[in-house]
Design a protein around this ligand. Structure first.
Ligand code: G6P
Length: 496
């Protein structure tokens, strides 16, 4: 069973009155959906689509993917007030900026916190509702549900709770600014296994525990023991499905390139840069466009030839900071276009929409360079998707050093996105890179992602959880009192 705020399929009513299925732009969904397709089970999520209520059965369930019915989606309904407090408020104005070093201050409101607590209870109730046995395996996802592991354990003491935190964990110093630091940590330590993308995030988490709780840290086992209960705290770098479904559904690279250039009105020998993100201030979209501006300033021969296309999915638009970002990205793109446009040539094209996975892959396949410039990112799966898209072994990845992905995709051109000299030089190197060099780098990254794919990510967490589960069962048996004879025999066997 998966508990995640974002659902993998939303049902929307179009203005023409027909039903539309939407795949949301979310790294979490990109990773988890193929795992659920392979394993089946139930995904419990907030039903946020305008036609979600019309498409569920009387238990609020719908089978997905549409037409394939591989697993069940259970929708939980939230009032507008709950959504505002729990999702927009505490999760996205509190925890999101708290965990990302991107210079937006977190806002902590007591009212939002109350909604966060209540919604976590609601989802724990939904888990209890959905399980058939007493010892289910529950995969709790992300910062929306820090309290859920403990709440689930209270309801189902024998459950195996695997929690994965998809975003960075901040330093203990920073985490201490949250008024409910202790409650969040205690909630998360209801997990049997608690996963982060990198060891650095695990270390930050453990330091936060040391600062706020009376708990025992077992560094040998990478575990925290609180109130006699152990949680493993380990790193599990997330990944994407391989072989990749969206790649398989997309036309070959040369066709993508031809049609994308034609659709954008670019000349056939244009050099194309691509960025794909939710419109979020952690993604460094402004720094990315500034790097394009600097590139054209430093390398005049690229004017008229290099175009950067930014696919930007609107996100969390009720939050003021996101609206401000939207405006500043538009203004910046307009300024660069004004500066370097000539005839029909425009250096920056902003495509602000939620693009379906195969539409995203079409752009990734058409590109000469993909620039991922996050100011801070737990992993960043767009970087791995770019690698999955390039079965032609062409294209160069320019990647921010502040992403989890930079630790794995070491053949990318790794840059500091704040350093416009370095970033613009990397873009220039990328568009001039010989085909052979591109292929060597891309091949190495493709074989890495093929091996460390999302099934391995899930498999490693499940294997660790199975060990915890087995250990728990044996300990239960012992505490329920083995017969003296059996105990004696056991120890004889052990010694024999
Ligand atoms: C990040 C978070 C996910 C979230 C995604 C999209 O990747 O870690 O939990 O689903 O952003 O954001 P949204 O708020 O639209 O779900």
């Amino acid at each position: 069973m998966v508990v995640a705020n974002r659902e993998p399929y939303l049902h929307e009513r179009t203005s023409g009155g027909s039903l539309k299925v939407v795949r949301p732009a979310s790294g979490l969904v990109t990773a988890l959906e193929p795992v659920m397709r392979a394993c089946s089970g139930t995904w419990i999520a907030h039903g946020s689509g305008s036609a979600d209520r019309e498409t569920v059965d009387r238990h609020d369930r719908v089978s997905v993917p549409p037409g394939e019915d591989a697993y069940s989606l259970r929708r939980v309904w939230l009032s507008e007030e709950e959504e505002r407090g729990y999702y927009y408020g505490f999760s996205n104005e509190g925890l999101w900026p708290l965990c990302h070093t991107a210079h937006t201050r977190p806002v902590f409101r007591a009212g939002d916190w109350r909604h966060y607590q209540l919604v976590n209870e609601r989802f724990a109730d939904a888990v209890q509702d959905e399980v058939s046995g007493t010892d289910p395996i529950v995969l709790v996802q992300d910062y929306h549900f820090a309290l859920a592991p403990r709440l689930i354990r209270r309801r189902l003491p024998r459950a195996t709770v695997i929690t994965f935190w998809h975003i960075p964990w901040p330093t203990a110093e920073r985490f201490a600014t949250c008024p409910w630091a202790k409650e969040l940590l205690t909630g998360l330590l209801g997990s049997s296994v608690l996963g982060f993308h990198t060891q650095a995030h695990c270390n930050n988490f453990i330091e936060s525990v040391e600062r706020h709780l009376e708990a025992r840290i077992d560094r040998e086992r990478h575990a925290v023991v609180l109130g006699g209960r152990e949680s493993l705290v380990r790193s599990y770098p997330i990944s994407i499905e391989w072989p990749n479904r969206a790649a398989a559904e997309t036309a070959p690279a040369d066709e993508c390139r031809r049609t994308v250039l034609a659709d954008l009105g670019l000349r056939p020998d244009a050099l194309l840069g691509v960025g794909v993100d939710r419109l979020d201030y952690t993604k460094g979209i402004e720094e990315r466009l500034q790097a394009v501006d600097r590139l054209l300033e430093r390398f005049p021969h690229l004017r008229g030839r290099f175009t950067f296309v930014q696919l930007a999915a609107p996100s969390r638009t009720l939050i003021e900071r996101y609206r401000v970002l939207h405006q500043s990205v538009e203004d910046l793109a307009a300024r660069i276009n004004q500066r370097f446009s000539s005839g029909t040539y425009r250096p920056v094209i902003l495509l602000r929409a939620n693009h379906a996975p195969s539409a995203v892959f079409r752009f990734l396949r058409a590109a000469d360079v993909c620039y991922v410039s996050s100011l801070h990112d737990g992993m960043n799966l767009v970087a791995k998707e770019f690698v999955a898209a390039r079965d032609d072994e062409r294209g160069v990845l320019v990647l921010s050093r502040f992403t989890g992905a930079a630790r794995e995709l070491t053949e990318a051109l790794i840059v500091n996105p704040y350093d416009l000299e370095e970033a613009s030089a990397a873009l220039a190197t990328a568009v001039a890179m010989p085909a052979r060099e591109q292929a060597d780098r891309m091949r190495a990254m493709r074989s890495y992602v093929a091996e460390f794919n999302v099934y391995r990510w899930a498999g490693r967490m499940l294997t660790d959880a199975a060990r915890v589960r087995q250990h728990g069962r044996l300990a239960d048996r012992l505490s329920m009192g083995l017969q003296p004879l059996e105990q004696g025999r056991g120890s004889e066997e052990a010694h024999g």
